[in-house]
Design a protein around this ligand. Structure first.
Ligand code: UDP
Length: 341
């Protein structure tokens, strides 16, 4: 199948690109490098032996999107493009609403103009909000999120759902990600956050690599067995394989389905830090800090629907995630910035 990946140069997009190529699909990427680097394209080619077709463009720009659809016959789209930093979204809500919603609407409009009916959307477990209790399942009511980033995911899900009600030919899979981490086992592609990382795993890897002094653990007084926050970490290669399955599902069905991509297991911050140190034989100095505003005590998936509908489940362990994350960090201490390694 011929697939367009919006935001395909990013962390999850690049890993999905590799898995799609390795499953025999043809891939084109559209990305404006707002939070990614051109070097990732060389790395994808080194892993797969194939150069994905690439368009440098903004998904909110309808004329550029029309140009891309004019020159390709896509069977399906995976829509990754979007801003994703929770804290930044609180400081710049309009920028987040403008970019993340405009890109979703523009993409659906252009897909409809060109008769492309299958789409997989990068959503997030954040749509379960604060009132549901984990394990989260897809039948739970979604609710307003604590930050504009999360709200853009919730509204985008609604936009896709409404578009599907109005257009019976459309087929949409909304993938609700839990906490994607790790890297391709080649060590050639991985997460390369701009500036100081906000998320736990990239921060741990930078502390272990000596780029940052100490990890701050945000709270050890949660009502969890060791007092630290619990999350459902999922290896990005498992997640990427879930996209291949979701795409095949979308093409074979009509209508809209929300599906969790998580492991179904929760790990605490202490467990993550200890596993990282043990598996990689490296020190991760840390200190306990106050809770971070907006953090939940625990979040993990009920992962049964993905197994039932997609025949997919997470295979890789927390140890694998720690090992692959560390390989990526040691081989690329400055991410894709190859000049300053
Ligand atoms: N966390 C932490 N220190 C950090 C970053 C995160 O203790 O520097 C904790 C955070 O409070 C949460 C877990 O690690 O319990 C995962 O946080 P992350 O930001 O990676 O994911 P999210 O909270 O968005 O699920």
């Amino acid at each position: 199948m011929k697939v367009l990946l919006t935001g395909g140069a990013g962390f999850i997009g690049s890993h999905t690109c590799v898995e799609l190529i390795e499953s025999g699909h043809e891939v084109a990427i559209v990305d404006n490098f707002s939070n990614s680097k051109p070097e990732v394209l060389n790395r994808i080619a080194r892993i797969t032996g194939k150069d994905p077709v690439f368009f440098e463009a903004d998904v909110t720009d309808k004329s550029e999107m029309r140009y891309i659809f004019d020159n390709n016959n896509f069977d399906a789209v995976i829509h990754f493009a979007g801003f994703k930093a929770v804290g930044e979204s609180v400081a710049k809500p309009l920028m987040y609403y403008r970019n993340n919603l405009d890109s979703t609407i523009t993409l659906i409009e252009v897909m409809q103009e060109y008769g492309v009916n299958n789409v997989v959307f990068s959503s997030s477990a954040t749509v379960y909000g604060e009132s549901n209790k984990p394990p989260y399942n897809e039948n739970m009511p979604t609710s307003t999120c604590t930050n504009p980033y999360g709200t853009t995911k919730l509204i985008s899900e609604q936009i896709f759902t409404d578009a599907t009600v109005a257009n019976k030919d459309l087929s949409v899979v909304l993938l609700r990600y839990f906490n994607p981490i790790g890297a391709n086992p080649s060590g050639l592609i991985g997460e390369d956050p701009a500036g100081i990382p906000n998320n736990l795993f990239p921060y741990v890897a930078k502390v272990a690599g000596g780029k940052l002094e100490k990890l701050g653990i945000f709270g050890n007084d949660y009502p969890t067995p060791d007092g630290t926050g619990i999350r459902d970490y999922i290896h990005v290669v498992d997640l990427a394989k879930g996209h291949v399955k979701a795409l095949e599902y979308a093409v074979a069905h009509k209508g809209v389905e929300a599906i969790n991509l998580g492991s179904g297991k929760g790990h605490s911050v202490f467990e993550v830090v200890q596993t990282f140190m043990k598996v990689n034989d490296v020190a991760v100095p840390y200190e306990i800090k106050p809770r971070r505003a907006g953090d939940l005590a625990e979040s993990y998936a009920n992962a049964e629907k993905a197994e039932r509908l997609l025949g997919w489940k997470a295979e890789l362990s927390l140890e694998d995630m720690c090992r692959d994350m560390w390989r990526w960090q040691t081989q690329n201490p400055n991410g894709y910035d190859t000049k300053n390694q």
